[in-house]
Ligand binder design. Sequence first.
Ligand code: SF4
Length: 292
Amino acid sequence: MPTPAPDTAIPELSKEQRSSDGVRKFLLTLEDGAKIESVLIPGPRRTTLCMSTQVGCAMGCSFCATGLMGFTRNLTPEEILGQYLFARQSLVTDPLEHEIGNLVYMGMGEPFLNFESVTRSLHTLRESYGFHSRIITVSTIGIPDRIVAFGHLFPTVRLAISLHHPSEVERSALVPANRRWPLSDVLEASREYQSITGRRLFFEYVLVSGVNDSEIHARTLGGLLADLDATVNLIPRHPDGRGDASAPSREAMDRFWRTLKASFGGHVTFRRSRGLDIDAACGQLATGRTGA
Ligand code: SF4
């Protein structure tokens, strides 16, 4: 498969914000004037870069600021890679940050609805920039045929699937894409992915107070995942400008964690919220909120 040249253009920085916890958010302007955001998250041993794959997003998840923007267009492979080149260049000015050792396709957009550009950028990251697949994560809302195709193409790239609710009707309210790609099909594709790759799957679950955070939800979710080798990553709902729902209390989140852990054999982790004060955390990216 042809890959774009490694001399991909570096996008123009329109604005940079730095969080009190060291997270940096870049508002980047593309050649046609479209704007995207990417987020650099320094860690104790390595820095993570969260990249966008689309300008906006058509999926309209009810807890996500990007979804509120609507969809403008797909990014090209060069525009995806340009975010990496920009971030790598920006590290030169900050000697306290480690090199980029984790790449996550979790920024603005649904990567599997821009499959061609995402897969071409992954080929280039591996072949031209020497990235090992195992330090790259692609996150999807769950598009069954793409999950299977991805497993065939990139069996060692980490795949994260956003679930957010264990029942079809309520998941559709949080993730409207569930009406087109139901949870049952997503889980079936997950099993097929696992039989192709033999790799653990990662499931994301945004906890919303009073919506999907009860012990019954946790037990039902555990039952659905019982036959999968999986890690569930719990994420408290972050403010996205709508203010109509919030994260559960710490106590409720701990209860959910305990119940889920007891009801299935996999790992259950909490994602630490980083970059909240600059709207750079999960579900908060939206160029309109950056003052663009
Ligand atoms: S959570 Fe992901 S898929 Fe859903 S609207 Fe936001 S960017 Fe799109």
